[in-house]
Structures are given as structure tokens and as C-alpha cells.
Design a protein around this ligand. Structure first.
Ligand SMILES: C[S@@+](CC[C@H](N)C(=O)[O-])C[C@H]1O[C@@H](n2cnc3c(N)ncnc32)[C@H](O)[C@@H]1O
Length: 370
């Protein structure tokens, strides 16, 4: 087969690639949009599909725009800068819709996506490399480096920081009072409730997009309140980004997490805010087979990308009235939720655009017991 092909992009795949066909074989094309006629270069040919990237756009989508970042396509961080922002939202909804149909087996009604107020410069933290004595990211699909002096999705304070400081390997992070790599960093939750905040330490996990995080917390709180939940079991609680706002509603929480620094942040913040009376925190490896006992009105979980299949059996033993599953990877979310569907119905799905310019998004799925 020739190295260069002409294809029509029929749809959009779940890892941000345009999808077409050549001689019946599926072709995935980086930097392509649905309904475009493009020329692609083959990167890799597999038994059942071909991986390619767009090199020439013969008939562009009406939603194609010029990427703003000079490193786009060299750096692997963003995959959707060539799409207008509104269309990125449509694509993410379509991706979820198609994945849901394929994995769960029926059509879900149109799901809503909450847009980010900041389309660029939203990321509160990023992992850097140092290469040739310069700030660097990994090149796309490669272990090689690319030097960068500006990142269009990184917070402006962090961009200023890298322009003024010598490079170093590791994470740099900015807090909600614009302090970079501070000792005591602030997660300002006043958008949820006045005076609510978490003081955290560098290197623990915090949600990267401040505006979307507040939207997500508010949604979680209203689901719990509207369903009369009172006792919550929370898996993967981290620094208490959801725990603290839930405690503030007067509910009790048993929080489970593995990171001892994050646990300390949660305990200290709950104490300082006088919200610790109804909180129990347990350091647990949630990927091991564990036994959990107790009566909970709701289980809330926010696992890493790999999901939490092993915990589904615990949830089916506990049988809470309500499950709130928050996920940044729809394929593992749907795989896990499928295990619950004999006993639970999907009550609500809402997407949150935590990561503009990339193919990633956050999903909140609410399930209620039959
Ligand atoms: C996506 S973060 C969510 C954190 C928190 N809900 C938030 O919004 O900031 C996932 C969390 O899972 C925790 N985690 C990762 N592996 C774990 C494991 N094996 N057992 C328990 N927690 C784990 C991480 O430390 C991290 O805090």
C-alpha cells in the first residue's frame, strides 16, 4: 500500500482521531475532522486498522480553525486545536454517545456538556522535562523531547514562571492565589460556598481546571441533596475536593484514598473548617480486593484513568441507593458501570469540559438502585 492515501472522514474516534475507511479497513487519522476530504500519511499499519495523520486538507470542515500553538502536532499535549471550540464540545458529546451505544448496547439521549470558561491557559499544573537546559515536553508518540517556551493550555502564571526560571524536571503547579510551587497552596472553593477552601501541598493531585471543578462540585452537591443522601462512602477522595463540600452540606463521609499526603491535606482542612466530626478517612489500596461493610445512602468514586472494576463487586454488596461515578476516561467508566446495570439504572449523565483543546473530558454519571 502507498504511504500516502486520500480518504473521507466519516466520524470521530474516542482518542481524538478522525475515522475513515480504505478498502473496508478502518483508518484513524490524527488532526482530521468529520466530513473532511484529506490526504493522510501512514504512520503504522496493523492487521485491522491503519494509523495515519492528515498532511493535506482537500475539503476542510466548516469548523476547522488555525491552531494557535507553534508546537501543535510536534508536542503531544493537545489534539483538537484545529477545531473551533464549540465543535470540540460537539465532538466530545458524539464520542460519548457512540461509545455508550457500542459498550452499553442502546442509544442514550443527547447528553449535555458544560463548557469551560477558559478555552486556553486553564491548566493549574504540568509535568516538565529539562532538555538542552530548556523547558521541554515529550514529543508526540515519542520519547524524544521538544523544547518549549510557552504552552497555550497552561495557566498564564506558569507560563510566566517558565519564561523567567531555569528549567527543571518535574511538576510545576500554581494555586488559586497565583502562587507557583508554594509550600501551602490554596484550592479556593468559595464558588461552592463562601469561606470554603483546601490548603494543599505541592505534588498531590488537584483538578486542573478551576472553573469546571467548581461546576462539577456544585452538580455533585445538588444531586446528593436532591436525593436526600446523608451518609456517603467516597473512593479516591484525594485532598477532599468533593469531601469537604459534601461535609459542608451536613452529610457524613467515609473517605478512602492511598496517598498519605493527600489524606493529611483532607484531615487538616476538615479540622480547620470544623467539618471533621462527620468524617472518617481510611488509607486503602482500592485496587486490592478489600471488604467494606456499612450502610451508605450514596457511593461516590473518582478513580484514575484505569477505572475501578474491582470495586464494582463491593458496591453491589453495599447496594447504596445512589452511585455517583466521576471519570476522566469514558471507556473504563462504561466498562465498570455495565457491571452494575442489573441492579442500577442510569439516572443522569453530564459531561464537563475539564480539558479544552484535548480529546479528554470529565463525565459525571449518576445511577440509582432499582
Ligand atoms: C482522579 S484523582 C481524584 C481525587 C479527588 N477526587 C479530586 O477531585 O481531587 C484519583 C485519586 O485516586 C488516588 N488513587 C490512585 N490509586 C489509588 C489506589 N490504588 N487506591 C486508592 N486511591 C488511589 C490518587 O491518589 C488520587 O487522589
Amino acid at each position: 500500500m502507498k504511504n500516502i492515501l486520500k480518504i473521507y472522514i466519516e466520524s470521530f474516534g474516542h482518542t481524538g482521531k478522525g475515522v475513515g475507511r480504505i478498502n473496508g479497513k478502518v483508518v484513524f487519522a490524527d488532526y482530521a475532522l468529520p466530513k473532511e476530504e484529506i490526504v493522510v500519511r501512514i504512520i503504522r499499519e496493523r492487521k485491522n486498522y491503519i494509523e495515519t495523520e492528515a498532511v493535506d486538507i482537500l475539503k476542510p470542515s466548516a469548523f476547522r480553525v488555525k491552531p494557535v500553538c507553534p508546537y501543535y502536532r510536534l508536542c503531544g499535549g493537545c489534539q483538537l486545536q484545529h477545531s473551533a471550540y464549540e465543535y470540540q464540545l460537539t465532538l466530545k458529546k458524539d464520542v460519548f454517545h457512540n461509545l455508550f451505544k457500542r459498550m452499553i448496547g442502546y442509544d442514550i439521549e443527547d447528553v449535555d456538556i458544560v463548557p469551560s470558561i477558559d478555552k486556553f491557559f486553564y491548566r493549574k499544573r504540568a509535568k516538565f522535562e529539562c532538555f538542552n537546559d530548556n523547558w521541554a515536553f515529550h514529543k508526540r508518540n515519542s520519547d524524544k523531547m521538544i523544547n518549549i517556551n510557552r504552552c497555550y493550555i497552561l495557566d498564564k502564571q506558569l507560563n510566566e514562571y517558565i519564561s523567567k526560571n531555569r528549567c527543571r524536571k518535574g511538576e510545576i503547579a500554581v494555586d488559586d492565589k497565583n502562587m507557583v510551587n508554594g509550600k501551602n497552596m490554596l484550592l479556593d472553593l468559595s464558588g461552592v460556598s463562601s469561606g470554603l477552601n483546601i490548603i494543599y501541598t505541592k505534588d498531590v493531585f488537584r483538578q486542573v481546571n478551576r472553573y469546571i471543578n467548581i461546576k462539577l462540585i456544585n452538580e455533585i452537591r445538588s444531586v446528593l441533596i436532591n436525593n436526600g443522601a446523608s451518609s456517603i462512602l467516597e473512593f479516591f477522595s484525594g485532598i477532599g475536593n468533593f469531601t469537604i463540600p459534601i461535609l459542608e452540606c451536613g452529610m457524613s463521609v467515609v473517605a478512602m484514598e492511598i496517598d498519605k499526603d493527600a489524606i493529611l491535606v483532607l484531615k487538616n482542612s476538615a479540622q480547620r473548617l470544623r467539618l471533621d466530626k462527620k468524617l472518617k478517612v481510611k488509607r486503602v489500596d482500592l485496587y486490592k480486593n478489600i471488604t467494606i461493610k456499612g450502610n451508605y445512602s450514596a457511593v461516590l468514586l473518582d478513580p484514575p484513568r484505569g477505572g475501578a472494576a474491582v470495586l464494582m463487586k463491593n458496591i453491589l454488596e453495599l447496594l447504596p441507593e445512589l452511585i455517583l461515578y466521576i471519570s476522566c476516561e469514558p471507556s473504563t467508566l462504561l466498562r465498570d458501570v455495565k457491571i452494575l446495570l442489573g441492579r442500577y439504572d442510569i439516572k443522569k449523565v453530564r459531561l464537563f469540559d475539564m480539558f479544552p483543546q484535548t480529546y479528554h473530558f470529565e463525565t459525571l454519571m449518576v445511577l440509582s438502585k432499582r
